[in-house]
Structure formats: structure tokens, C-alpha cells
Ligand binder design. Sequence first.
Ligand code: ADP
Ligand code: ADP
Length: 214
Amino acid sequence: MNIILLGPPGAGKGTQAQKLIKELNAVQIATGDIFRYNIKNETDLGKQAKSYIDEGKLVPDKLTIDLVWDFLDKVEDGKSILLDGFPRNITQAEALDEGMQKRNSKIDYVVNIKVPDDILIERISGRRVCVETGATYHIKYNPPKVEGIDDETGFPLIQRSDDTEEKVKTRIDLYNNTTAVLIDYYDKEGILITIDGTKTPDEVTKDILKALGK
Ligand code: ADP
Ligand code: ADP
């Protein structure tokens, strides 16, 4: 089963992806995590993506789509895929449709996680992430066992440089103007599931699994 997690920054895509990959035995592709890892390690991809991410803009489509294909090429046939943060516009969605066809595969469901803007801002300002693993925490809603340390790996947690209130507003506007059109795109394909993302993380996971028939 191949699934896209759709929703504005802070909706809980990464948090749900972490839980769902275990439940669905799926591979996660989180474009934001891959960019951050490359920026931290100063790779060519990281150098090319950094200025866009710092400004809260989208990284150019070609770079992003190539990165997704490189990743998909390494996924064994038949393994479920969970996309988090991709696609983010119509060009990427069309490229994904084409690419999945080439793999003789398709997207089965798009899970649209809905959360109002004021909650998004509160969530993002308390977010902490592990750049090595992509694990996500919140200082109030989902604190790590030891402050500043990833529970599972012991790697340090950081606050993302694009998680300031000003940049978050830019990113939410970008979502509303560029990414939200995908809700209609996938609704027309008949594969959209809409989930209330304001409940607790565990409740949201339960609602998603139920909607997927799991
Ligand atoms: P969030 O979880 O807050 O929505 P992400 O971690 O998914 O943020 O993405 C962080 C940043 O990485 C985005 O603001 C954007 O600059 C870049 N990015 C991630 N995914 C894509 C994509 N599919 N296309 C273009 N840029 C992307
Ligand atoms: P996204 O990937 O959509 O940008 P994240 O999964 O990173 O969102 O979640 C954003 C922040 O909100 C994180 O700090 C996370 O711990 C927290 N969070 C996620 N889901 C919930 C929830 N259902 N209730 C409260 N806080 C949440």
C-alpha cells in the first residue's frame, strides 16, 4: 500500500509517519529530512537546497524529483511506501504519477491531516528534531525522556532554523497557495482521506489506520 501524507507544516506528518511505518511495514520518504541531513553533511545536494529551505521556499522541482527517484530506485519491489512532504505542487504530483506507473505501481491513498493555523504555530515553535534519524519531538506535547537527546539513538535534538514564527508563516502561506491544490487533485482521483489532526498523536494514528481499513 503506497500512501502520501499531506498537510501544512506542523500538521503531524512526520510524527504519524514514524508510527505508521511500523504498523504498515513501510519505507518512509521524507524529503525535508533528506534535505536537512544533506545540509548538515555539506553535500552538493545540501548546498543547493540550503538557501531555499532557509527562506521557507520550495527547493526546485527537478532537484526534489531526482532525489525522490534515487530513493525509490533503492526500494525493493512490493514494499509499501509512505511519502511525507512530497509531492508539494502539481508538477511534483504529475511526476510522481508517471514514476509510479513506470514501477507498475500507484498511490493508493492520500491522507490529508487537517489542523488550524494557530495550533500549527504552537506545535512548530516547540518542535525539536533529530537530524540523524528524522525523529520528531515537542517540548510540551511529546518531550524526549532526556532533554535534548533522541530516545532511541542518543543523538542530539535541535530546533530547525526554519521553525521560527516568521518563517513558519511564510511556509503556511506557501502551503495554502501551492500545496493545498493537491487536496482537490487527489479528491478527484477518489483516493483522498481527510483526518482531524488536532487529536492526540495516538488517536490520529488510530483514525488513519481505521480509514485505511487496518
Ligand atoms: P514541514 O514538516 O514543516 O512541512 P519539511 O521537513 O517537510 O517541513 O520540509 C522542510 C523544507 O524542505 C520545506 O520548507 C522546503 O524548503 C523543503 N522541501 C521539503 N520537501 C519538499 C518538496 N517536496 N519540494 C520542495 N521543497 C521541499
Ligand atoms: P509535520 O511533519 O507535518 O511538519 P511534525 O510531525 O513534525 O509535523 O509535528 C509538528 C510538531 O507538533 C512536533 O513538535 C510534534 O511533536 C508535535 N505534534 C505532532 N502531532 C501532534 C499532535 N497530534 N498533538 C500535539 N502535538 C503534536
